[in-house]
Structure formats: C-alpha cells, structure tokens
Design a protein. Structure first.
Length: 325
C-alpha cells in the first residue's frame, strides 16, 4: 500500500516556504508547515487551509520539535538584511540551533533533510561567478555576519551529521530569488523597486548601481528544491540554485520602471556595509547532477510579480514606505 510522504517545512509561511508547501501539496504529500511568524505571514498560506493534507503549527525552531515525518525542508530564518539585522542574535540562533534541532529530528525519525543555505556564504566574492568549491570572503564580525556565518555554521552541522550519523542531507545555496509573496518591506531589491515604482516614489539605488545580481523566479527555484530532495543519496550538495543571468542594479531599476509605467526617479544613496559588488551563480553542478536550470526570464518573472504587488498595495494603508537595497 502506498503511503503519502509526510513532509515538514520550517519557515513554511514565508515567501519560499509557502510556494514549497503549495508544490508539495500538489504532489500529493501531507505537509506540516511550521512557522513562528517572525517574518512569515498567515496571508501566504491562507489559501492552503482547506486542503486536508495541510497542517499548520506555530513553533520556533530554536526549540526542539517532536513530530513524525519522512522529509524535512529547513527554510526557517529571516532572509533579508532588514529582517535578520532586527534581532541578529536571534538570527544566529535560528540558523544554528534550528539546524541542530532539525538534524536531531531527522536523526530520530530517519528523515531525509534539506537545508536552505544561501549565496551569502560566499560573502563579497573574490571569484566570479561563484562555484560551490569557493570558500568565500566573509566578514565574521560585520552587521551581516549573523546571517552569513549562521548559514555557514548550519552547513557545517549538516555535513558533520552526514559524516557522523549517516544522515541523508541536501544542501542548496540559494541566490537572489523573487516573485509573488515577497514581503513588501523586507528591503530586497526587486520587491522594493516594484513597490516604489507602483507608488511613484523615488527608486533608491545604492552606490552607482553598477553592482550586479542574478535574479531567479520563485517557481524555478522551487523546482530546484524538489529535484535536489529527490536526487540520489550521494548528491548531498552544496548545490548552487539561482539564475546565472547577471544584471546591474541600475538595469533592474530601469526595467521595473518600464514594466510598471512608473513616473519614479532613480536616486542614489551610499552603499551599505559589506554589500557584495558581484553575485552570480555557477550552476554547472545543478545542471549536471539534477538536470535543472531556470527557464523564466527576468522580464517574464517581473511580469508575474508586479500584479501581486498591485493587488497587495490596494489592501494596505496609503503612504507605505520601503527602502531599496
């Protein structure tokens, strides 16, 4: 008799988590969504409550969790500078204690476990594009270190649990991702620019805007998550998941203005501390091991994302202010 997979998604009410919960439910899984709503929002998962295979638990992963599951996707952690710098000690705890608690749960239940790591483990990279073999250039005591080093330590724990306890692990390093359900005030560049453009505010570009980023549409990224989790046991990662298309921040700002028909002006502000000058994934490993690469262009992805923010802004109080990154 076929038993449906019982899958735990920590951070399941967040931007990526809610899209992942949706995808897993569509695949026939029973999904246990765990979130403490520090940055996640009930709005992201409201449409899932009527699904009999969806279950929501309010819980902070810095405390142990005792449930029975077959797979764990560990996504719990604030992921934007505005959010993870609000309480940097808690951010580090979420990455490190959260990893310890979820790995302990995987060890007890024999579950396969996925870690949502980040391109921030590469810091301000001295090699370009970044391959998984690159060890990074990270400031261990800066204002972004709570996130960068917390995620690096989580990767260490995952691979030590694999070596010491034979856990089946999957580690993905996520590059800039955007799409519907991004928080409108999280300071991430795509959502910030879209909200500023739709409200005809000045679009805030840090520095000269020549720093580059790659932008992956959320559906492509979730495809990568599922393919990595379903891959053979010997493929543990870390695997870069992102879109290798590279754009300057100025190019992104102009494209958002064009697609929204905005009257916004572009203004410049000083660069934040430790802001990377270049960020682009080398995805050769994901292509070879998973048969994965993004298919949604930036123009197409923005075209799918802008209507979400138009609808969202119509429900929010006037005068919403955000700051670009």
């Amino acid at each position: 008799m076929h038993l449906e997979r019982r899958v735990l998604v920590t951070g399941g009410a967040g931007f990526l988590g809610s899209h992942l919960c949706e995808r897993l439910l569509d695949a026939g899984c029973h999904v246990l969504c765990v979130d403490n709503f520090f940055t996640g929002t009930p709005r992201n998962i409201a449409h899932l409550h009527d699904n009999r295979n969806f279950e929501l638990m309010r819980h902070d992963v810095t405390f142990p969790l005792f449930v029975e599951v077959d797979e764990i996707y560990n996504l719990a952690c604030p992921a934007s500078p505005i959010h993870y710098q609000r309480d940097p000690v808690q951010t580090t705890k979420t990455s490190v204690l959260g990893a310890i608690n979820m790995l302990g749960l995987a060890k007890r239940t024999g579950a396969k476990i996925f870690q949502a790591s980040t391109s921030e483990v590469y810091g301000d990279p001295s090699v370009h594009p970044q391959t998984e073999e690159y060890w990074g250039n990270v400031n261990p005591i800066g204002s972004r270190s709570c996130y960068d080093e917390g995620k690096r330590c989580a990767e260490t724990l995952f691979f030590d649990y694999r070596r010491q306890h034979k856990l089946q692990i999957k580690v993905a390093r996520i590059f800039n991702t955007y799409g519907p359900r991004t928080h409108p005030r999280d300071g991430r560049v795509v959502s910030s620019f879209i909200v500023q453009a739709l409200t005809n505010q000045d679009i805030t570009v840090f520095g000269e805007g020549q720093q580059t980023r790659s932008f992956c549409y959320v559906d492509d990224l979730i495809d990568g998550f599922v393919k990595l989790m379903d891959s053979p046991a010997e493929i543990a990662g870390p695997v870069n998941l992102g879109n290798p298309g590279e754009f300057t921040i100025l190019e992104l700002a102009q494209q958002v203005i064009d697609l929204t028909g905005s009257q916004s002006r572009i203004i410049h502000r000083p660069l934040p501390e430790d802001d990377p000058k270049q960020r682009r994934p080398d995805i050769a490993q994901a292509k070879a091991a998973l048969g994965w690469e993004p298919t949604v262009s930036l123009t197409e992805g923005l075209g799918r994302t802008i209507p979400y923010f138009e609808a969202l802004l119509s429900t929010l109080p006037p005068g919403l202010m955000v700051h670009g990154r």
